[in-house]
Write a protein that binds this ligand. Structure first.
Ligand SMILES: [Zn+2]
Ligand SMILES: [Zn+2]
Length: 417
């Protein structure tokens, strides 16, 4: 298990919850890329390989996990890769993704490393244990496309590794794993988004993190700062962090790295994949009508509002993000009232049902409609992913990219192969 605030001296293993007790799963199917590469272990015995059994059913029976095809029964059964130098994988059918979101679904996903099925209060828990570097290869590329420039991807791997080691929260320790596979911790979809090239680039940064005063940096990042990054303490509760202070995300000519001048809109989709509206990461316009705001205030604060009169920013951070927003309204008794929203996260949540791109906007009111003219995408603290992409496209190396976004931080190799 990972230990918070400890710098590992050799590559640690990560334990990820793939199927959780709350998923209520009592039967599942899995298959091997090559059954001969796996041993199956129970507390009583080890099956050296499961030759000719490419697929297995995992079920619950009599407060135990059972694999009927192999007549195995125990509280916990492990599938352990026996050839460590290669990359065999186990495919698990119908793994839940996007828990609690409108797009929640089940997908078949493949995993490197050990798979552990355990019985927990009438449900199956599935834990995947694998070396940290392999886990990173899976998570860092799902954020952005593996076709991005090499120096950008190197920076992204170093940031992802630092962030992971600095932010182990141990939310799930009672269930025996470090992190879960969803947005609650970090989205993890096995080897789905890995490619040969992305794996090779990850290996170029093996064991590298950014450190500041002998501690691994809390390497925050967001999609696009909008031109200037934000101070840590304006987004999260806590003291200033010197390497997470605002910087101008511009080159020597004053052009924003995260702008369409440097990252053309036409190529953006190929690089970041998930973008819906091209160009909106840099400058955008969002319109909200009064009725939508009234229902949002009802849902979020149980307020009965007749009309919203104004949106009035009362504290603005270094990047232009609104940190405190006063909403002035007329209640149903026709008296003027106000409410203050105290975080960029809440502001984005309240002003848009699909979460506003960022809280860096100016407000114009035309009749009863509010027109927000904004910039950036995400909280804007630390590395700006599109800006880092722009730096790499401008032929800047990973070291320069990290120095730019985390001033004073150093790249250190904390363990080797
Ligand atoms: Zn979690
Ligand atoms: Zn930026």
């Amino acid at each position: 298990m990972l230990i918070p605030n400890e710098i590992p001296r050799k590559e640690p293993k990560v334990r990820i919850g793939i199927i959780l007790p709350s998923d209520g799963i009592k039967i599942l199917r899995c298959s091997f890329s090559d059954p001969q590469c796996y041993e199956i272990e129970t507390s009583a015995k080890i099956l050296p390989s499961c030759k000719n059994k490419k697929e297995l059913n995992i079920e619950i029976n009599d407060n135990n996990i059972i694999i009927p095809e192999l007549s195995l029964k125990d509280k916990s059964i492990k599938l352990i890769p026996s050839i460590l130098d290669e990359n065999p994988f186990v495919k698990i059918n119908e793994v839940p993704a996007g828990r609690g979101f409108h797009w929640e679904k089940k997908i078949d996903l493949s995993y490197w490393g050990t798979i552990e099925f355990s019985y927990f209060k009438k449900n199956i828990i599935v834990i995947n244990e694998l070396p940290l570097e392999k886990y990173l290869k899976c998570v860092a590329t799902s954020e952005m496309s593996a076709i991005c420039p090499q120096e950008f991807l190197k920076a992204q791997y170093i940031v992802a590794r630092s962030w992971l080691l600095a932010n182990i929260e141990r939310k799930h320790i009672h269930l025996g794993f470090d992190i879960c596979n969803d947005d609650c911790c970090q989205r993890y979809q096995g080897i789905l988004n890995t490619t040969k090239t992305s794996n090779e680039i990850a290996d170029l940064t093996f064991g590298q993190v950014i450190t500041y005063e002998n501690k691994i940096c809390d390497a925050r990042y967001s999609k696009s700062c909008g031109g200037i990054t934000e101070n840590f303490e304006n987004v999260w509760v806590g003291n200033k962090i010197s390497y997470l202070n605002s910087i101008n995300d511009t080159n020597s000519k004053g052009i924003s790295y995260c702008s369409t001048d440097i990252v053309p809109e036409s190529s953006l989709k190929a690089y970041i994949g998930t973008v819906d509206d091209e160009g909106k990461y840099y400058r955008w316009i969002y319109r909200i009508n009064n009725n939508n705001l009234i229902s949002s205030l009802k849902i979020n604060f149980s307020l009965d509002v007749k009309k919203v009169l104004g949106l009035n920013p009362t504290k603005i951070g270094a990047s232009g993000r609104i940190i405190r927003l006063e909403i002035i309204f007329l209640n149903i008794e026709d008296s003027t009232q106000n409410i203050e929203i105290n975080s960029e996260y809440e502001i984005r949540k309240i002003l848009s049902p699909t979460f506003l791109y960022s809280s860096a906007f100016t407000v114009n009111k035309i009749n009863d409609e509010f027109i927000l003219e904004g910039k950036g995408w995400g909280h804007g603290v630390g590395l700006c992913q599109i800006g880092a992409l722009g730096m790499a496209l401008s032929k800047k190396g990973a070291k320069l990219i990290l120095n730019h976004y985390y001033p004073g931080a150093k790249i250190n190799t904390i363990y080797n192969k």
